[in-house]
Design a protein around this ligand. Structure first.
Ligand code: DC
Length: 225
């Protein structure tokens, strides 16, 4: 049976995970958060006392990595390390850095490639990440490059942290975002870039509901739903 795949790539803070999840729920597709998979690798290496920045050290640990992924009845993706559910643990701030480090190693990217493709073979998916439309699912039925200005992304992040009672310097946050964009799009392995056949959706001027409508419009033009 033919399964449909929707690839959503873009920089951090453009609303990818929130919107991909909402889109998947609207379409009845499985939402696959590939960032969570990289986070799980980073968490595992760090817990073992490994060096996430060292490609050889990380590569040597991959064969014994017992990483798996399940979806709960509510559609929520759970990440497992062995029997342990690490879905919440991977959201720790330190894990963002580990994930970013391990995701730059080609051995890690190769190791995770087949797992991501298999999910798309078995299900209708909305898969979000950085290289889904370019590397993981180059044949995806719909490719969306979701973006927003650095200013807007910093503002959203600022408000999110503020709501959690965390005080941060806005300008510093904005500069971090600009730096992360640069790093993500200039790394050697699978840099963040827009697929040639991707549709760009810029959410700078849109709220969540408007952004979701924009995505649904793109999808409905391309899929016989
Ligand atoms: O989207 P996120 O913040 O959960 O992603 C965690 C890290 O993994 C981030 O540094 C980018 C990286 N990543 C990647 O390189 N390729 C993907 N397909 C998804 C995430």
């Amino acid at each position: 049976m033919k399964h449909y795949s929707i690839a959503i790539d873009g920089p951090a803070g453009a609303g990818k995970s929130t919107l991909s999840k909402a889109l998947a729920a609207r379409l009845g597709f499985l939402y696959v958060d590939t960032g969570a998979i990289y986070r799980t690798v980073g968490l595992s290496v760090a817990r073992q006392g490994g060096d996430c920045g060292d490609p050889a050290d990380v590569a040597a640990r991959l064969p014994s990595l017992r990483l798996s992924l399940t979806h709960g009845p509510d559609g929520r993706q759970h990440m497992l390390l062995g029997e342990e559910d690490v879905t919440d643990a991977i959201r720790d701030n330190a894990v963002s850095r580990y994930a970013s480090q391990v995701s730059a190693h080609p051995a890690v990217r190769d190791f995770l490639l087949e797992m991501q493709r298999e999910l798309a073979r078995q299900h209708n998916v909305v898969m979000d990440g950085r290289d889904i439309g370019t590397v993981v699912l180059p044949q995806a039925d719909v490719k969306i490059f979701l973006t927003a200005s650095a200013q807007q992304r910093a503002l959203r992040r600022f408000r999110e942290l503020e709501e959690r009672g965390q005080q941060v310097d806005f300008e510093k946050l904005r500069q971090e975002i600009v730096q992360r964009d640069y790093d993500d799009s200039h790394r050697a392995a699978a840099p963040l870039r827009q697929a040639e056949d991707a549709v760009v959706v810029d959410t700078s001027q849109l709220d969540l509901e408007q952004s979701l409508e924009a995505l649904l419009t793109v999808v409905k033009e391309r899929l016989p739903l």
